[in-house]
Design a protein around this ligand. Structure first.
Ligand code: ZN
Ligand code: ZN
Length: 143
């Protein structure tokens, strides 16, 4: 869908129905950029309206999404990215991922993130890419 903040077509990571009423249902569309939007559609029988998306208010993804938005900015800034900025962000990522379950059989997200952060061979920009991918998995895991 089109992210209203990024103003570009953005891939969806996950979607979750957050409200289902007699006359309408609301779905939370969680996008790859880290933003999420609620779109409500009328129940069948009525013409689908052109309801503008509203910003997400789901508590369970707010931290992970904010870190993903920050991570996308760090990824864009790769040439000017400082080690200090990376470390401050990575510390919060590790805290956020702690306790979010990975897919069954996969190593825990926080363990994967710790390994990626400490890697001696990855560049800082590669680490940002790796942690962003783990944040995407975290959004999926809680959706
Ligand atoms: Zn966006
Ligand atoms: Zn939401």
């Amino acid at each position: 869908m089109n992210c209203k903040t990024c103003a570009t077509e953005t891939k969806q990571i996950a979607a979750k129905t957050t409200f289902r009423g007699a006359s309408s249902a609301t779905k939370c569309h969680r996008l790859e950029c880290g933003h999420a939007w609620h779109v409500s559609t009328p129940a069948t029988g009525e013409a689908a309206g052109d309801n503008p998306p509203t910003p997400c208010s789901c508590g369970e993804i707010v931290t992970v999404n904010a870190l993903l938005v920050a991570g996308r900015q760090l990824a864009l800034a790769k040439d000017t990215l400082t080690d200090e900025d990376f470390r401050a962000w990575a510390k919060q990522v590790l805290e956020a991922l702690d306790g979010i379950p990975a897919e069954s059989g996969a190593p825990s997200l926080v363990r994967s993130a710790t390994t990626a952060t400490k890697s001696a061979v990855s560049s800082t920009s590669k680490k940002v890419v790796d942690l962003n991918a783990l944040l995407v998995r975290a959004v999926n895991a809680v959706s």
